[in-house]
Design a protein around this ligand. Structure first.
Ligand SMILES: C[S@@+](CC[C@H](N)C(=O)[O-])C[C@H]1O[C@@H](n2cnc3c(N)ncnc32)[C@H](O)[C@@H]1O
Length: 457
């Protein structure tokens, strides 16, 4: 059964480039990137529900769906708003996020999806109507089908015959909820709704669909750690420099108990618009379409709208645009990465954003820098550059600590690297970590009016 060992199967040039700029990109890392994390995590909106009540609600949903085989839900003290579902917890079989019982059958008909849909299925999603690339003629309602992802990208939407390819990835087994005529024959309206309800996948992650609602949001563990490291408090003045779609923004607002000012910037008009419709009800959030590389005003007048005066924020989150290679599983490489030039373009914008953040942070404030990628150039090298460029800042331990240390570099020793967090595991023993991310806590404390009472860390 074919399963990729690198996300760069179709882009070997890019893989070569990555290996050049990232010594950590060993074959194990590439293989790990192709695999889905086994942990599913929800963040509870603590302004609308008590996490204990949400836990019971989630447990009930799992029992209704899976009966006695329902996976365990658990919480950890450091992030009480996080619910973790791990099908392999306390089990000796299926270790490492793989369900060996989920196998294809020559007697079942096939459904083909693209690799981004395939990745979502491995994390527990169902297949929605627009995602079905191929369904064989004669496929019946409620029929059990094998689902494959097309790595080559050659399968045309509406294909009615079996799609032959040596590089199609078996994803799992599903039940048909929509037939061909519903998917492809309707000229007027584009089809919507669940077309194939997944029963099981090779990742072993329960096929629950997305249970996000007003009480809980499907969100990866490192994203939650990131906001917990920022440690926003009610009444703070916080800047989220690259905010859309606003998943970390709403977490910050909830930890602030919706009290204080949370400025959310993003340079994408459509993404800010979508974010406003989702989280516009928080009183503390002020969102703007704005280029954060220009967020610092030339003159220090009072500014309510961007650009802002220097030292005007207690805490800043810089969740930077990045190459996105750490978003697992990567069945074929991140859609924003087309060429080696794309890969090399990110450190430049990350440095420009970082420079603005340092000036906007008040003395004694906290800055968290995070990415969802693995390259040293976008992670440790950015931190090493910032420490050299801005002697007024220094690293603080990123707590709570659920990831590993960062990587040490020639000018960035192990003691410094230990203060960072990297959610990546080359030894493969911690597959539950969702995506890769790196956090830097900064505290520019050598400025004269440093407030000693502010004991953030
Ligand atoms: C990693 S995503 C942010 C995800 C978000 N923090 C969350 O948790 O939901 C990076 C965002 O940076 C935005 N972006 C890219 N360049 C920017 C810039 N110069 N100024 C502001 N936002 C920018 C992109 O539009 C994108 O929405």
């Amino acid at each position: 059964m074919f399963y990729p060992k690198t996300p760069f199967l179709r882009k070997p040039q890019l893989e070569k480039e990555l290996l050049k700029i990232n010594v950590a990109a060993l074959p194990e890392l590439l293989e790990w990137l192709c695999q889905a994390p086994s942990l599913t995590t929800y963040r509870v909106n603590t302004l609308t529900i008590d996490p204990k009540d949400y836990l019971h609600k989630l447990e009930q949903t799992l029992v209704d769906r899976f009966g006695q085989r329902a996976p365990k839900v658990f919480r950890i003290p450091d992030i009480p708003e996080m619910m973790c579902i791990d099908p392999f917890k306390d089990q000796s079989s299926g270790k490492g996020g793989k369900d060996d019982k989920c196998q294809p059958s020559t007697t079942r008909r096939e459904i083909i999806v693209d690799t981004s849909c395939g990745a979502a299925l491995l994390r527990g999603s169902h297949i929605y109507a627009p995602g079905v690339l191929a369904m064989e003629t004669g496929t019946q309602l409620h029929e059990c089908v094998d689902v494959y992802a097309d790595v080559e990208g050659n399968c045309k939407r509406g294909t009615a015959t079996r799609y032959e390819s040596s590089e199609k990835i078996f994803i799992g087994i599903g039940i048909v909820k929509m037939q061909r005529y519903q998917l492809y024959n309707n000229q007027k309206d584009s089809p919507s709704g669940i077309a194939i309800q997944m029963q099981s996948t090779v990742s072993g992650v329960p096929s629950l669909g997305d249970l996000s609602d007003a009480y809980g949001l499907l969100q990866n563990l490192p994203s939650m750690v990131c906001v917990r490291v920022l440690n926003p408090q009610p009444g703070d003045r916080v800047l989220d420099m690259c905010a859309a779609p606003g998943n970390k923004t709403s977490h910050i607002a909830e930890l602030m108990r919706d009290q204080g000012v949370l400025v959310a910037l993003d340079n994408s008009k459509s993404r800010i618009k979508a974010m406003q419709s989702r989280i516009g009800h928080y009183k503390c959030i002020q969102s703007h379409v704005f280029d954060s590389t220009k967020a610092l005003a030339e003159h220090n007048d009072q500014h309510n709208d961007p650009p802002f005066s220097s030292a005007s924020f207690d805490r800043i989150l810089l969740d930077a645009p990045c190459s996105g290679i750490g978003n697992r599983p990567q069945l074929s490489c991140a859609s924003q990465l087309k060429t080696a030039k794309d890969l090399k373009s990110y450190p430049n914008i990350q440095r420009r954003l970082f420079g603005q953040a340092v000036h906007l942070l008040r003395p004694g404030g906290t800055l968290v820098y995070s990415t969802c990628t693995v390259t040293e150039a976008e992670c440790e090298e950015i931190v090493e550059w910032a420490l050299r460029k801005f002697p007024e800042i220094h690293l603080l331990d990123a707590v709570p600590r659920l990831g590993h240390s960062g990587l040490s570099l020639p000018n960035f020793d192990q003691d410094q690297a230990k203060l960072l967090q990297r959610f990546e595991n080359l030894a493969m023993e911690m597959k539950e970590k969702a995506l890769l991310s790196l956090h830097v806590c900064m505290d520019n404390n050598n400025i004269e009016d440093f407030d000693d009472d502010d004991d953030d860390h």
